[in-house]
Ligand binder design. Structure first.
Ligand code: PEP
Ligand code: MG
Length: 569
């Protein structure tokens, strides 16, 4: 991953327009443009009364449309994993909801057209759920989604959401919900560019998990005409409109060959002079873990447990959680798996854990803080982890997100040790980096979440495209916090890893190792690139690169300095 943030204007001149953005997932895609379909037009009640003899047929039309919608979503859920499977299955279930069916049928019995009855019945549920508030209010989005899908089916409008193209295409969008991104089929959608979003947004993270070439914060994306063909370059961070087809195909071939040369990586992670640096994967469920093992990740450095439950209204049972975690542990039998307790809140709200209507959710009750409101949530999750460990005979490491104080680390460590598990904490808040020595008196390892650490150190929203230069992981201030934390680990003789997106950038990975980091955890699609790069450098060169990057004043200079130092080594 190259993470240069570009603020240049789109190029002008006689050649094809080159739109600059921020590269997120390397790789090159070339193909026709597709966009998420626009909003579904909802019919108004114009007073039409369905004659009595046609009402049974109108009801059948509704049932058939709802069936098509439920089947389609159900099929997609069956072919998906993790969060996308959850979200798709929930929406499919709603299309078959008996309450919705009877509310629609009642209206059709009164003479209302099926499409209008669908809109009215859905509104009845929206009002009801909104009035109930709390967890139920979270269902409103699902109800509206199902309403739109059924109305689109009844009125012959295209399916809302991301279309499934027949020929491999490049998806251009303002932004995508994480579940939309997770539902993409990389065989049909070969690249993704968004007008909004940053390198650490969860859309970017999921694109990385899918290995889908991706550029975010692209200037001028709105002006790309439909029917255009684009070349998306996830290394350079550009979208070229209607490029020369021969050039474009040559770029795609070159990128494929480069990717294939990485396919030779088999692990384990080592520098050229044999220094051990574990190259681990960030995953969200058993399927992801098996894919990571197949891609020669040495273990899991970050199991994002919350991602499996994003679409859920109710807390999953201890049994269900234990089964899910056990799948991940089993994929890496005898090897390292670091599970993170629920990081609910901010851009990953969980209906059953996150307080609604926080004025400032990124600074609110998220991560470990959810246990302040509901200690049982953490206790039950740790029980589930212990049960999964027992079932699989594994020794997972367990870490808490968003730890800010020594007291929080101590309390978490006690609860984890009480269950025979290995405790650690994430370093995502500057206060934790500053007190890393003291945190390490209580826990056995640290893992730096550079996505949030840069957000909180630079006071810049990680989702903001306008501020992507501030949350760039090459910011020297962020590197200084990494150095501080790694040095504390060295003094305590305890491991300090990086599991934020910084670890997915092969060049930055060398710098992190030079700063004293002992393991790197990144999306599965980045494991080979990072491992192969480390295998080509010595520790001394990594240290020189780290020192050079730390001495600069901005990310561009840091990249250039590190590149020069590594080339010299
Ligand atoms: C991070 O903040 O760097 C991290 C790994 O956690 P997440 O991206 O899930 O917030
Ligand atoms: Mg984080």
């Amino acid at each position: 991953m190259t993470t240069t943030s570009s603020t240049a204007a789109p190029s002008v001149g006689t050649g094809p327009a080159v739109l600059p953005g921020t590269p997120v997932v390397p790789g090159v895609a070339y193909g026709p443009v597709i966009r998420p379909s626009g909003a579904v037009r909802l019919p108004e009640d114009d007073g039409t009364v369905v004659p009595e003899e046609a009402r049974a047929g109108e009801k059948q039309r509704f049932v058939a449309a709802a069936d098509v919608v439920a089947d389609r979503l159900g099929r997609r859920a069956a072919g998906a994993t993790g969060v996308s499977a959850e979200v798709l299955a929930t929406t499919a279930g709603l299309a078959r909801d008996r309450g919705l069916l009877s509310a629609v049928e009642q209206r059709i019995d009164g003479g209302t057209l099926a499409a209008v009855a669908t809109v009215q019945a859905a509104q009845q549920f929206v009002d009801l759920f909104t009035g109930l508030g709390g967890l139920m209010a979270e269902r409103v989005t699902d109800v509206r989604d199902v309403r739109d899908r059924i109305v689109a089916e009844l009125t012959g409008q295209g399916e809302p959401g991301v279309p499934s193209p027949v020929v491999p295409s490049v998806l251009l969008a303002d932004d995508l919900a994480p579940a939309d991104t997770a539902g993409l089929d990389p065989a049909r959608v070969t690249g993704l560019a968004t007008r909004l979003g940053g390198t650490t947004s969860h859309t970017a993270i999921i694109a990385r998990q899918l290995g889908l070439p991706c550029v975010v914060a692209v200037h001028g994306l709105d002006d790309v005409p439909s029917g255009a063909t684009v070349l998306l370059d996830g290394d350079r961070g550009t979208v070229t409109v209607d490029p020369d087809p021969e050039d474009a195909r040559a770029r795609v071939t070159a990128a494929r060959l480069a990717a294939e040369s990485l396919a030779g990586y088999r692990g384990p992670g080592r520098t050229r002079d044999g220094v051990v640096v574990k190259v681990l994967a960030n995953v969200q469920d058993g399927a992801g873990a098996r894919a990571a093992a197949a891609a020669h990740a040495e273990g899991v450095g970050l199991l994002r447990t919350e991602l499996a439950f994003l679409g859920r209204a109710e807390e999953p049972s201890v049994d269900e959680q234990a089964r899910g975690y056990a799948e991940v542990f089993a994929a890496f039998e005898g090897r390292r798996v670091v599970l993170r307790t629920l990081d609910a809140g901010s851009d990953k709200p969980l209906a059953f854990a996150t307080p609604p209507d926080e004025a400032n959710p990124a600074l609110g009750v998220r991560g470990l803080r959810i246990a302040r409101r509901d200690p049982g949530l953490l206790e039950r999750q740790l029980d589930a982890v212990a049960e999964a460990a027992r079932l699989t005979g594994s020794q997972p490491w367990v870490m808490a997100p968003m730890v800010a104080t020594v007291g929080e680390a101590a309390d978490f460590a006690r609860q984890v040790r009480d269950r025979g598990l290995v405790p650690g904490v994430m370093i995502e808040v500057p206060s934790a980096a500053l007190l890393a020595d003291r945190l390490l008196r209580h826990v056995d390892f640290l893992s730096i979440g550079t996505n949030d650490l840069s957000q909180y150190a630079l006071a810049a929203d990680r989702l903001s495209a306008d501020l992507a230069d501030l949350t760039d992981p090459w910011q020297p201030a962020l590197l200084a916090l990494v150095q501080l934390t790694a040095a504390a680990g060295e003094r305590a003789g305890k491991p300090v890893g990086v599991c934020g997106e910084a670890a997915a950038d092969p060049l930055l990975a060398c710098v992190l190792v030079g700063l004293g980091i002992t393991s790197l955890s990144c999306a599965t699609s980045s494991v080979a690139g990072v491992g192969a790069r480390l295998a080509g450098v010595d520790l001394a060169a990594c240290r020189a690169a780290a020192e050079a990057a730390l001495a600069t004043d901005d990310p561009q200079a840091a990249r250039a300095a590190a590149r020069t130092a590594l080339a010299a080594g």
